[in-house]
Ligand binder design. Structure first.
Ligand code: MG
Length: 272
């Protein structure tokens, strides 16, 4: 964990990162707002691209390791890295993961959320709530003097407490001038492990949480990640600045739920 030097950003660099983060958050919010039954995932991406053009920024994902899309859009049992398609129509009951990373004046902002569409079953809604909750529990550890393992293990502990499963193959990351900078930020770990966090570090924290098995597979498009048992998966992400006091979320948005959704079945997951 935490291989490679972690950048410390200062002064004007922080302001650039903040502006990129706020722009990424605004584009995510406006894109999420147009998701409804009958819209194709390509139409969602087109809206995001138009919003980027209007703001003179560009996708941080397009052509990154040859990724063909401008955003990641992943439905239901797709975990992350889904590719928009004209033949994929969103329906009531779907959950739609949108991951938007932008580059503005050389600085990256990266954030993601899961949008429930129409009539989503209560077990899935609870998964979404728990995943966003685990993100915010993790963010609370983004303080000078904490260890990276404190943050990672807090996310894992929260997810396991709800008897859901953390995806281990994909991780959060440092972010700044590049989309992926050190350190890697797994959603599991050991308290006290890893590098000490310092004010000025910028972290993209992004729990990916499965209702059933933690196991995933990559589809033949070489990008889309799916749960092995085809049960739903949720994903929430913020770009966060470590400070000496309260962490600063550089991609601010309102939380998805204002109250905890009720959970119909307890302990569905036996594997984690
Ligand atoms: Mg990310």
């Amino acid at each position: 964990m935490g291989e490679g030097k972690i950048h410390i950003r200062r002064g004007p660099e922080l302001e650039m990162a903040r502006q990129s983060g706020h722009m990424a958050a605004e584009i995510l919010r406006l894109t999420a707002a147009m998701i409804r039954p009958g819209v194709t995932t390509l139409e969602v991406e087109e809206v995001a691209v138009a919003l980027m053009k209007e703001r003179n920024c560009r996708s941080a994902f397009y052509q990154y390791r040859k990724f063909p899309g401008h955003i990641c859009i992943s439905l239901n049992d797709e975990v992350v890295h889904g590719i928009a398609s004209a033949s994929r129509t969103i329906q009531s009951g779907d959950i739609v993961k949108i991951d938007i990373g932008i580059v503005r004046n050389g600085w990256v902002g990266d954030n993601a959320m899961t949008v429930p569409v129409g009539d989503v079953d209560p077990a899935t809604l609870h998964l979404l709530w728990a995943t966003e909750e685990s993100l915010h529990v993790g963010i609370a550890y983004a303080r000078e003097g904490k260890r990276l393992g404190d943050l990672c293990s807090a996310i894992e502990r929260t997810v396991r407490g709800f008897r859901y499963a953390v995806v281990e193959e994909f991780v959060g990351h440092g972010v700044g001038r590049k989309l992926h900078e050190p350190p890697q930020i797994p959603n599991h770990g050991t308290p006290g492990d890893g590098p000490k966090l310092r004010a000025g570090m910028i972290l993209a924290i992004e729990p990916m949480v499965n209702l059933g098995t933690k196991r995933v597979e990559i589809l033949s498009d070489n990008w889309t990640v799916k749960t092995l048992d085809r049960k739903p998966s949720a994903h929430f992400e913020h770009t966060v600045l470590v400070t000496k006091g309260d962490p600063e979320i550089l991609t601010p948005r309102a939380r998805l739920f204002t109250a905890v959704p009720s959970r119909p079945t307890e302990g569905a997951n036996v594997e984690s």
